[in-house]
Design a protein around this ligand. Structure first.
Ligand code: P6P
Length: 336
């Protein structure tokens, strides 16, 4: 049972018995993410003071300018996960291909793979708006003792054993699930300790916030256009409030606390939307469902999608269950 003001370390120990696999490794994995989050948080918080802002001069596989903090966060999470001898493979938004991690005894005995978006919303870095890290954890499916393979990463979201995010905002929080509910921990930067501040987080079944980039309105499918107009109508508890800060982790986190829906639909500009299935939508969908919310591509459950590529994109509708259901009704009723 979650106790307020418990530290993350105490919480992990108290709850590792409820984890259905060999819990020691998963606990060490969450602890390594905790360490990397503190290191990245330190850099994010002083980004305006040191020459770490601005593009690193390279672009990633997504064709997006890599911000220096993107590269820094990617390096820190990979380094921490590798040094702690916990995972057999890592995939990252910032890496073209997955990374094979040799266990220290060189015989690939580690059982988990991690997929990460090391610094989501990084375009907000230079303007001092919240950014986040997203992570997704699976057990490998290929034989232990052999190098990890692509199929270890191309697993349905329903196979995740853990998922979470770090939001580097007005305070830094680590929010994660291992399949037994969602708990939020807030960092006390003075002592570098995460404390349980948001036990058993749940999406309100309904909400009054819709989050979408309305600048893309004319490119959206008709069902999305109709749903946005529905949100804006004077009727009952509507119009809703539009809140979109261009940082998935922050928009998701606010909507989980207050009630709302986040949408990144496909459009005539992005035929599969913008968000990546494996290290953005699947982990956020796992968290959403564990928090009694819902996540779909507008038609089907995100966690049931069979992945085909490491960096594949998918339309994303996520948040309060009744709001996602209403959006799906518009999507199925109004086809092109
Ligand atoms: P747009 C950040 O790049 C991100 O992946 C999400 O965090 C965010 O919600 C979305 O893209 C913003 O994209 O096209 O609205 O600027």
């Amino acid at each position: 049972m979650a106790k307020k003001n418990q530290t993350l370390g105490e919480f992990i120990i108290e709850n590792q018995a409820s984890f259905k696999y060999t819990s020691g490794e998963l606990s060490r994995l969450i602890n390594s993410i905790r360490l990397a989050a503190k290191v990245v948080n330190h850099e994010v918080n002083k980004a305006g003071l040191v020459d770490i802002i601005g593009a690193a001069g390279e672009t990633n596989i997504q064709g997006e300018d890599q911000q220096k903090l993107d590269v820094y966060a990617n390096d820190k999470f990979i380094q921490t996960l590798t040094n702690r001898n916990i995972v057999c493979g890592i995939a990252s938004e910032e890496e073209d291909d997955f990374i094979i991690v040799n266990s220290q005894d060189e015989n690939h005995q580690n059982k988990y793979v991690v997929l990460i978006d090391p610094l989501d919303g990084s375009s907000n870095i230079d303007v001092n708006v919240s950014v986040g890290t997203i992570f997704s954890v699976y057990r490998r499916v290929t034989p232990v003792g052999t190098p990890v393979k692509l199929e270890d990463f191309l697993q349905k979201g329903s196979e995740q054993v853990a998922a979470g995010y770090v939001v580097y905002g007005t305070s830094t929080m680590l929010v994660y699930t291992t399949g037994d509910g969602v708990n939020g921990f807030t960092l006390n930067p003075a002592i570098g300790t995460f404390y349980l501040s948001h036990p058993n987080m749940e999406f309100p079944e309904d909400g009054k916030i819709y989050s979408v980039n309305e600048g893309n309105y004319i490119h959206f499918p008709i069902g999305v256009k109709k749903y946005i107009k529905y949100c804006q109508e004077e009727e009952g508890d509507r119009p809703y409030t539009s809140r979109y800060i261009g940082s998935l982790v922050s928009d998701f986190h606010r909507n989980m606390i207050k009630g709302g829906i986040y949408m990144y639909p496909k459009s005539s500009k992005n035929s599969n939307g913008k968000l990546r299935l494996l290290y953005e939508c699947n982990p956020m969908a796992f968290i959403a469902e564990q928090a009694k919310g819902k996540a779909s591509d507008g038609y089907n459950r995100i966690l049931d999608v069979e992945p085909t590529e490491l960096h594949q994109r998918i339309p994303f509708f996520c948040g309060s269950k009744n709001m996602v259901i209403k959006a799906e009704e518009f999507m199925s009723k109004h086809t092109e």
